[in-house]
Design a protein around this ligand. Structure first.
Ligand SMILES: NC(=O)C1=CN([C@@H]2O[C@H](COP(=O)(O)OP(=O)(O)OC[C@H]3O[C@@H](n4cnc5c(N)ncnc54)[C@H](O)[C@@H]3O)[C@@H](O)[C@H]2O)C=CC1
Ligand SMILES: O=C(O)CCC(=O)N[C@@H](CCC(=O)O)C(=O)O
Length: 486
């Protein structure tokens, strides 16, 4: 029973799919995909449930959402283990993902009140009241890299606002989705308010193109996000929040503590085996002795990064990539850069056939004339040597994406200069560019998003404002407009 529709677990009527532990190919989940007819049933169940869920009122909705928080707390270790098993991420890291899911509840409640909610004030024209209403039925699409936290970051604010949801997780992480839905079920969410449809692109297409959805909240690749944007062209009434990838730059300028800089670079580029949308992909290092010395230290530290299975002891820094296909994709990406003139500083290797385990790579692409503006979603950091700061900023901005960017420099002046010129939604100074805070907005510009930032600003796309002017009784104004006699 892999689909959750109208409060019931039902079998998918499509073809069989499996989910594997990418560190050893063990099958950890098996099920059938949802057919377009089942997607339709899920959307209609959400439609039927939505108004009652909204009319339940905020306090009653929050009580159920708080019960879900309790379920997350009680099952935190098990949740972290399922995420680790299915994504290959090490346990220390998935414990932080489970923690972020718990933290998301209080943050979303605060955001609801701060960003939306309701307010009123008296004006000469009457009582001006601002309220927010839910859109209705929204579809949530999740990526595989944070299979719990990122869909949760759409689902929780959507439900707080009074929407009903149909959730389509990544086909690579169905088990985490199922686990999460069971926690919602335990929390006593009314039937139909949150539905789960599992499957691949066909299931996704059936949901994204359904005429009865009022909003689509997507976190995933830029390629898919663009398809969804095109698919919904001409339908301005449907709200789209598209959180997509990046080709994120990190510039190193004058830093005293090279070891600390190396640490920030590693945390920016290799955490989650490079499978974070915020990961640094392009590293700009000044030409000259200082830059050479930094690269020597960086290469040495990269070679020492421990890679292993999610449950290996002692725990590795990097786990497996999501699949063997992804691992091979990174080896191929490295080779294509070499073919274009890049030189490998630390080679990314596929450690074990049949798994997603790869070692981290560092590659100097300074010699590549036309560097592809691609998001290589894995642990491969491209190094570019620059002459002056303006050149570095120009190169950093030479991307269609605009998600995250960073500067490591001990000069405040440099940072102000960088901040004014860099084009990205997340801009950090002397800090890693991964690990964004849920108490801030999260989103990018250009091919990284459609100006509907998530995290703390997710409340904004979960509800629309209703402005009213109100009076308790009908009454004549003190003075009638000229030319009127009653
Ligand atoms: N900006 C952000 O907040 C974040 C962005 N990402 C990005 O996500 C990507 C990695 O995640 P993936 O799972 O590979 O993304 P993906 O784009 O392949 O899949 C995301 C979801 O869309 C569905 N989908 C794929 N094609 C579809 C279609 N034609 N119609 C409807 N649905 C479709 C998938 O089944 C999945 O549920 C990276 O590019 C990463 O940068 C990841 C995390 C955060
Ligand atoms: O939604 C939030 O609470 C903040 C966004 C967030 O946690 N982002 C993470 C993961 C996104 C990714 O890189 O794939 C991060 O910034 O590390």
């Amino acid at each position: 029973m892999t689909q959750f529709i109208q409060g019931q677990w039902v079998a998918g009527l499509g073809h069989e799919v499996t989910s594997i532990n990418p560190a050893n190919q063990e099958i950890i989940w098996r099920g059938q995909t949802a057919t377009p007819e089942q997607v339709d049933s899920a959307v209609m169940a959400a439609r039927e449930a939505q108004f009652d869920w909204f009319m339940l009122g905020l306090d009653a909705r929050l009580a159920i959402i708080e019960a879900y928080r309790g379920q997350l707390e009680a099952n935190k270790a098990a949740l972290a283990e399922v995420i680790a098993q299915e994504t290959g991420k090490p346990q220390w890291e998935t414990a932080t993902e489970a923690g972020a899911m718990i933290g998301k509840i209080a943050l979303s409640v605060a955001a609801y009140h701060k960003r939306t909610g309701s307010s009123e004030n008296d004006t000469p024209a009457g009582r001006a009241v601002l309220r927010h209403k839910p859109h209705g039925v929204v579809a949530v699409f999740g990526p595989y890299n944070f299979p719990g936290h990122l869909p949760n970051g759409h689902i929780v604010p959507a439900l707080i606002a009074g929407n009903a949801v149909v959730f389509k997780p990544s086909e690579l992480t169905p088990k985490v989705a199922e686990f999460m839905l069971k926690l919602w079920q335990q929390a006593g969410l009314p039937q139909g308010v949150l539905n789960l449809v599992q499957g691949e692109v066909e299931t996704g297409k059936a949901l994204a193109s359904h005429t009865q959805i009022d909003g689509l909240f997507f976190t995933g690749s830029s390629r898919t996000g663009h398809i969804l944007h095109q698919q919904n062209a001409g339908d301005p009434g449907k709200i789209l929040a598209l959180e997509m990838g990046g080709n994120n730059p990190l510039i190193i300028k004058d830093v005293n503590d090279t070891k600390a800089a190396v640490h920030d670079i590693i945390q920016s580029a290799y955490i989650s085996s490079g499978q974070r949308c915020t990961c640094a992909r392009r590293l700009y290092v000044q030409k000259g002795e200082q830059g050479d010395a930094l690269l020597v230290q960086l290469a040495s530290a990269v070679k020492q990064i421990q890679v292993g299975a999610w449950n290996a002891q002692p725990q590795p820094f990097m786990g497996s990539m999501i699949s063997e296909t992804a691992a091979k994709g990174m080896v191929a990406a490295q080779q294509s850069l070499i073919d274009l003139g890049a030189s490998s500083l630390v080679e990314l290797t596929h450690i074990e056939a049949g798994t997603g385990l790869v070692s981290p790579g560092l590659i100097d692409v300074s010699g590549v004339m036309a560097l592809p503006d691609e998001e290589y979603f894995g642990p491969l950091l491209q190094v570019v040597r620059y002459t002056d700061f303006d050149e570095a900023i120009k190169l950093a901005n030479n991307t269609r994406y605009g998600l995250s960017a960073g500067l490591l420099s001990d000069s405040r002046e440099d940072y102000d200069y960088f901040l004014a010129r860099i084009r990205a939604g997340i801009v950090n100074w002397n800090k890693q560019i991964t690990g964004a805070s849920g108490s801030a907005p999260f989103g990018g510009v250009g091919a990284s998003g459609n100006h509907r930032a998530s995290a703390f600003y997710a409340a904004d796309y979960c509800a629309y404002p209703v402005a009213s002017v109100e009076a308790d009784v009908v009454s004549l104004p003190a003075k009638l407009s000229p030319g009127l006699t009653l």
